[in-house]
Design a protein around this ligand. Structure first.
Ligand code: NAD
Length: 270
């Protein structure tokens, strides 16, 4: 895949999609660093992957933590080729009408701080190294970057915002740094909620019947696992394979954009 010896920094690599990306990039021959806020998950990464990876415990919403992650990755591996802004939190579909008005602002601030500000801070921290390496940035978006109902208004706003961030940074950082996104559909992970509304320890994996729901709503009738979403990241990270690609978002959501009006999928009888 052209990623041998490439250095990749992934945020939120301690769980779910981020952890699957760690494994996938290692298996592609890349060297991997992780910025992860959970000390316990960081420890598990260290014991599972040992010296193969560099793990930095820190918070994507704090610029100094992003800067430290880039510094440590470069100190350890000598360069940085790809920054993957992946850490995220969820609003558990909470509709506008169900927020107390005086709590809405805190929920918005907390969620957008991680999902949007975190990506911008990380991109800023990684920038000089990516210019040097002619590297790239990949944002984890979501079907919620394109369609309603994949979250509540706060999560949907955060992922639509990232679509704009991809376009703006792809423009600003050309010709030296490519900037793209991957927009996965649902998957059973520990994706969790907010301190400010008490859903911090709730997790998407606790939703009963999530996989069946995903099979029902996707034209491709699938309930992918995190590892099923990693291929597009490998493609976008590879200068050899994705050299001309910037400002693109690969939607890997089982075909939500081609759901039919009458039937979810048209090929049941094939
Ligand atoms: P996850 O909770 O399993 O993994 C996210 C990781 O990020 C966790 O290890 C968490 O500790 C870490 N993290 C959270 N806040 C952080 C912070 N402030 N600083 C550093 N690390 C932090 O969830 P996941 O589903 O793997 O989420 C990864 C990305 O995928 C998110 O951007 C999410 O929005 C996106 N996504 C998830 C789904 C889904 O259905 N699970 C669908 C589409 C997109």
């Amino acid at each position: 895949s052209g990623l041998k010896e490439a250095v990749v920094l992934v945020t939120g690599g301690g769980s779910g999609l981020g952890r699957a990306l760690v494994q996938r990039f290692l298996s592609e021959g890349a060297r991997v660093a992780v910025l992860e806020s959970s000390a316990a998950r960081a420890e598990t990464l260290r014991s599972d992957f040992g010296r193969a990876i560099e793990v930095i415990v820190g918070d994507v919403t704090v610029y100094a933590d992003n800067a430290r992650a880039v510094e440590q990755a470069v100190a350890r591996f000598g360069r940085l080729d790809t920054f993957i802004a992946n850490a995220g939190i969820f609003d558990f579909f909470q509709p506008l009408s169900q927020y107390d008005g005086d709590r809405l602002g805190a929920a918005f601030d907390e969620l957008l701080a991680v999902n949007v500000k975190g990506g911008l801070l990380g991109a800023r921290a990684a920038l000089a190294e990516l210019v040097k390496s002619r590297g790239s940035i990949i944002f984890t978006i979501s079907n919620a970057g394109f369609y309603p109902g994949g979250g509540g208004p706060i999560y949907t706003a955060s992922k639509h915002a990232l679509v704009g961030v991809v376009k703006q940074l792809a423009h600003e950082l050309a010709p030296k740094v490519r900037v793209n996104g991957v927009a996965p559909g649902g998957m059973k992970t520990n994706l969790s909620g907010l301190q400010s509304n008490g859903t911090h320890s709730q997790s998407l994996a606790d939703i009963d019947g999530l996989d069946q729901m995903l099979r029902d709503i996707t034209p491709l009738q699938i309930a992918p696992k995190p590892e099923d979403y990693c291929g597009p990241y490998v493609l976008l990270a590879s200068a050899a394979d994705a050299g001309p690609i910037t400002g693109a978002i690969i939607q890997t959501d089982g075909g939500l954009g081609v759901r039919g009006i009458v039937n979810v999928r048209g090929g049941e009888a094939l």
